[in-house]
Design a protein around this ligand. Sequence first.
Ligand code: URA
Length: 261
Amino acid sequence: MSWTARQRAMLQEMGVGGWLRHVAPATVAVAVEAPPEVAVLHAEPAPVAPPAEPTGPAPQGPRPSGVETMDWPALREAVAGCTACGLCRTRTQTVFGVGHERAHWMIVGEAPGEQEDRQGEPFVGKAGQLLDNMLRAVGLSRGEGDAERQVFICNVLKCRPPGNRNPDPAEVAQCEPFLLRQVQLVRPRIILAMGRFAVQSLLRTDEAIGRLRGRVHRYAGVPTIVTYHPAYLLRNLPDKAKAWDDLCLAVETLRAAERAD
Ligand code: URA
């Protein structure tokens, strides 16, 4: 199958070159690919020696209660003031999420990196630029549009792990009620989980992304498509073709659900 002019334009938006000529666009029946190794979660080079984490007693802040019934303002406030895990001591600010509060598409990444911690918005670095291009390729945007076109982007963790280290299971456990409430409030029609960490946290699995791609999962009852983290794609250009397939699968899944409604 060859790419149409429109698809070529979309791939151009994603920064995918002519080498994709022989890659067929995905359909809902896309086959599961051989599992590639996913080694890199962040675009920023890993620091030689991660900054030391403050020592001392764990934060004594209360675990947020009543999260499951909060509205948007209460949830924002609870996240901003959360001291339930040690990440509150090293963050500059929490990173709540951005986009349409009733978006059809919800994008879930891992955790804020250095720039996100500084700016208070998810995916603002180079990986974020690639994410924006990928979204644009299928007619979506983080910045403007109606619920159909403007996505909601957030992370599993709302605070940056120091030195971009992997999130700790205890940190995820403390933070997940926030993500769950965000999903309940947005009520997305599709979730795109990006990167090994987000995928494995949402789906409660330790399977590799390569084994999970190409089929529809569910998180909190919402159809969920898994794909590579944009930072990984920046270092593994050939896998952009697979990310494109994943995006197409998400589009097709959403369309199929809308047709069935
Ligand atoms: N990586 C993520 O997973 N999320 C961000 O917000 C930034 C980088």
